[in-house]
Design a protein around this ligand. Structure first.
Ligand code: ZN
Length: 160
């Protein structure tokens, strides 16, 4: 069966940066399963998978614009340490949920200088082209219920 809109697709993937560093991989873990055509995965990867078949193996180079988007400099902000009430040691690399109108809603501490804490609200993979090594493991027609919910059920999907 071919991947098209409203198919339930299972893939194995390895995600790398352009310099070859592995960011994430499903190999040795569970397959990634998603409902095709609904934007459940990044746009460039969905486009690359369209029309592929079970058993297909390929690599896809996804520009940042079709992955996690560009970096917005105004999402980097200096805030007061007082904002981190209840946290004794605010350190570089810590991530916090933030009440923001744009972006992924998670900020990463990128610098600490006395009472000033610099946080970055960009997605950690923003501004970065991504490389996916893909193997298509399974393709089936989605059920009516899955299509209505906009996600798949069962193994690798939602359980409810
Ligand atoms: Zn559901």
């Amino acid at each position: 069966m071919q991947i098209s809109n409203n198919t339930a697709v299972s893939i194995h993937y390895t995600l790398t940066k352009d310099d070859g560093e592995v960011i994430d991989s499903s190999i040795d873990g569970e397959v990634l399963s998603y409902l095709h055509g609904t934007g459940n995965i990044i746009a460039g990867l969905e486009k690359a998978l369209d029309g592929k078949n079970v058993g297909d193996k390929f690599t896809a180079h996804i520009p940042a614009s079709e992955a996690y988007g560009q970096i917005f400099e105004d999402r980097v902000q200096v805030v007061s340490r007082e904002m981190f009430d209840g946290i004794d040691n605010v350190e570089v690399g810590m991530q916090f949920h933030a009440d923001v109108s744009e972006g992924p809603g998670i900020v990463t501490v990128i610098a600490v200088d006395g009472e000033n804490v610099t946080v970055d609200g960009n997605h950690p993979l923003a501004g970065m082209p991504l490389n996916f090594e893909i193997e298509v493991i399974d393709v089936r027609a989605a059920t009516q219920e899955e299509i209505e919910h906009g996600h798949i059920h069962g193994a690798g999907g939602h359980h409810h």
